[in-house]
Write a protein that binds this ligand. Structure first.
Ligand SMILES: *Cc1c(COP(=O)(O)O)cnc(C)c1O
Length: 394
């Protein structure tokens, strides 16, 4: 099944991009590990770099294409390119869409690689002008626009402070000024927010996170119009080469089948954990867009459905060592980076994080980022409780 937009979200998660394998009759598409496909009768007439025909897996393999069809349907987008990781998708998008002399406005709260790409690499190596802006402040975004502004890039919720920005308002500002809006939707996932529906030109997902969902694979997707995605295929996939492995594409395809059900559980559990943390006196702050006291809770309610994602950040009224000791007492929750795994993960982000200066005041003394898993919420909360008790936090 290739185009399933008339079906509901969970049905698309099951069926889009999959179906009967015509060669064997198997009712699921197989993993095709071959890196080459047979050439036509007149091989010299074929465009060997055409990403739309099966010739060579770097130009696009069958498992990659299946996954693209699924993600495109889940995001309600026109087209999708899947690459080897979320960062390959981000850098592939920027590489294809930007040239020297263009100007980019990017959110002060973004994934670390985006910060480095725009604050260090694209500006210094390629002469792309870049400005860091608090994109939750629309006047600040308008003020930063230049005649050569080509792209506004944001993340909502932003990693790691859970900042929320208004996708529709930012898309309007971008379009009034002849620029594109790209949204990194990894924290929300398409079950919670589909930025295309709010006017975003490009959406990026780290498939490594919720869509694969089991912490055992990496991939990234760019969703947008075919007109532009063809440029990304040609420039960033075929010629930069950050192609996804067929096995990884198949694993993500498999994980994506249960993604809506898992995501609902992530959202519900994160809300329960956030509410629990709010009751603990020695928790200095809880950043979660589902909480009524989140600065942009109203925008979150408008552009997120089913819940508010599975990631939250929180601080303790405690010193650096206490943060580490609390983690050492955890029995169920694992200390690890990444997010969107089945199991709950926590990471202590210390006072010396290189982007600390861009975070709100309450984040400056260190904080935890927590990816709430799909276990029983009570067990996650009890694990936190016993670790807090061991350190006199509770
Ligand atoms: C993890 C993450 C990425 C990068 O994805 P990889 O698959 O690790 O390359 C990009 N953006 C956000 C918001 C992320 O959380």
């Amino acid at each position: 099944m290739e185009n399933n937009k008339e079906y509901g979200f969970q049905t698309r998660a099951v069926h889009s991009g999959n179906g009967i394998d015509t060669a064997t009759g198997a009712i699921q598409h197989p993993i095709t590990l071959a890196n080459s496909y047979v050439l036509p009768y007149d091989a010299s007439a074929a465009n060997w770099s055409d990403p739309n025909i099966n010739i060579y897996t770097r130009n696009g393999g069958t498992n990659q294409k299946d996954l693209q069809n699924k993600i495109k349907d889940l995001e309600n987008g026109e087209d999708c390119v899947v690459l080897a990781s979320g960062v390959a998708a981000l850098s592939g998008l920027f590489f294809a869409m930007l040239k020297s002399g263009d100007h980019v406005i990017f959110s002060s709260i973004t994934y670390i690689a985006v910060y480095r790409l725009f604050n260090e690499l694209f500006n210094n190596k390629f002469g792309v002008e870049t400005t860091i802006v608090d994109v939750s402040d629309l006047d600040a975004v308008r003020a930063a626009i230049r005649p050569n502004t080509k792209l506004i890039h944001v993340e909502t919720p932003g990693n790691p402070t859970l900042q929320i920005c208004d996708i529709k308002a930012l898309a309007d500002i971008a379009h009034e000024n002849g620029a594109f809006l790209s949204v990194d939707n990894t924290f929300s996932s398409p079950y919670v927010t589909r930025p295309v529906e709010f006017g975003a030109d490009f959406v990026v997902e780290s498939l490594t996170k919720y869509i694969n969902g089991h912490g055992d694979s990496m991939g990234g997707a760019i969703i947008g119009k075919t007109e532009y995605l063809d440029q990304i295929r040609y420039q960033s996939q075929v010629n930069l080469g950050g192609v996804i492995n067929p096995f990884a594409a198949w694993l993500i395809m498999r994980g994506a089948v249960t993604f809506p059900m898992r995501m609902q559980r992530h959202c519900d559990n994160a809300m329960a954990v956030a509410r629990f943390l709010k009751t603990v006196d020695k928790v200095s702050f809880v950043a979660y867009p589902g909480l009524e006291d989140h600065k942009n809770h109203d925008i979150a309610v408008r552009q997120m459905e089913h819940g508010f994602g599975g990631v939250l950040s929180f601080g303790l009224k405690a010193d650096h060592d206490t943060y580490n000791r609390v983690v050492s007492h955890l029995k169920l929750i694992t200390s690890a980076v990444s997010l969107g795994h089945d199991g709950t993960l926590i990471a202590f982000i210390g006072e010396d994080d290189e982007r600390q200066y861009l975070y709100p005041e309450e984040f400056h003394n260190g904080f935890y980022r927590m990816s709430v898993g799909i276990e029983d919420a009570e067990d996650i909360i009890n694990d936190l409780k016993q670790a807090f008790e061991a350190e006199g936090i509770l």
